[in-house]
Ligand binder design. Structure first.
Ligand code: G3H
Ligand code: 13P
Ligand code: NA
Ligand code: ZN
Length: 328
């Protein structure tokens, strides 16, 4: 059954768990998440970026979601727009059956220029007004994602700022967060504390200097009833990097967000954890291995099935680690 982000995260807060939000672009990624949810009895957040909507077509995505809800009737499904950049994108997502939208006003609509507070507040408040009138939840974002090691704004996959940012811009200010939630009425708040999108987050295993989990604890102290969201939260597992590299890939040495740091966040109000890169790595690792091991194979199902299976394993591990398992 379909469920809003607010309904799902209110339950998560009551029970003290978080829900991983997995990005999907196609049937295989959606099925991998749903099969993992079924196996672990977990509620799910499926999220589609603007890029995913352009890739898959809104009508096709809407049909897929309806199909997942029918095929897995016991699993609560929240369909969320990831990184909406304005009112029209959020409105068309709602028209296509999304039960939750993100208005990311931390950047201007170009997706690269850091926005000022007033812009972010005004656009987010307008989206909240529209979405709530339709029974849809809203996630906002305050602070710019990016690396505390380099000072560079999020630069992965061509989205995000590429200019050098100050430490202050890369960390959500707790006092400002309190004001932002009061002035916009968002259902969930994404915060910045040193993570970035993609595989290249940290050049070493992160410590408190480059992954500032204490910021989340400070925000939670001021906003104990606000559902917090961590973006850029793939763990970039070394074993997946190794499979890719041993079957012809070229992933440079890199570190992601350790699962135990996310678990620390869950103790301080983190209720939604965005994960895309880990699933991309899993599917790519399985496809590279299958095609290299069976060079005569050309039936897509022969490599997409192992890809779904390895992605499903990653999803199951996150459902277990975040306490989502058993909550459906
Ligand atoms: O926001 C980041 C997600 O990983 C989605 O990426 O915009 O390439 O679909 P995308
Ligand atoms: P990763 O690139 O770490 O998987 O982050 C995904 C994300 O934040 C989507 O909004
Ligand atoms: Na999001
Ligand atoms: Zn994100």
């Amino acid at each position: 059954a379909m469920i809003t982000l607010r309904q799902l995260l209110d339950h998560a807060a009551e029970q003290g768990y978080a829900v991983p939000a997995f990005n999907i672009n196609n049937m295989e990624q959606g099925l991998a998440v749903m099969q993992a949810a079924q196996a672990t009895e977990s509620p799910v957040i499926l999220q589609a970026s603007r890029g995913a909507r352009a890739y898959a077509n809104d009508a096709v995505l809407a049909g897929l979601i309806a199909g997942f809800a029918r095929a897995f009737p016991d699993i609560p499904v929240c369909m969320h727009l990831d990184h909406g950049n304005g009112l029209p994108t959020c409105a068309t997502a709602i028209q296509n059956g999304f039960t939750s939208v993100m208005m990311d006003g931390s950047l201007m609509a170009d997706g690269t220029t850091p926005a000022d507070y007033a812009y972010n507040r005004d656009i987010t408040a307008r989206v909240v007004e529209m979405a709530h009138a339709c029974g849809v939840s809203v996630e906002g974002e305050l602070g710019v994602l990016g690396s505390l090691e380099t000072g560079m704004g999020d630069q992965e996959d061509g989205h995000g700022a590429t200019e050098k940012l100050s430490h202050d811009q890369l960390l959500t200010d707790p006092a400002e967060a309190e004001r932002f939630v009061a002035e916009t009425g968002v259902d969930a708040l994404a915060v910045a504390m040193g993570t970035s999108h993609g595989a290249y987050k940290f050049t070493r295993k992160p410590d408190g200097d480059i992954l500032a989990m204490q910021v989340i604890e400070d925000i939670h102290r001021r906003l104990p009833n606000t559902h917090l969201v961590m973006h850029g939260s793939s763990s970039v597992p070394e074993d997946l990097q190794q499979i890719i590299n041993s079957y012809g890939g070229d992933i440079k040495p890199t570190w992601g967000v350790p699962v135990e740091e996310i678990q620390r966040g869950i103790k301080s109000g983190v209720r939604k954890v965005n994960i895309d890169t880990d699933n991309r790595l899993a599917m790519t690792a399985a496809i590279r291995r299958t095609l290299t091991t069976n060079p005569a194979e050309f039936d897509p199902r022969k490599y997409l099935k192992p890809a779904m299976e390895l992605m499903s394993e990653v999803c199951k591990q996150r459902f277990e680690a975040f306490g989502t398992a058993g909550q459906a």
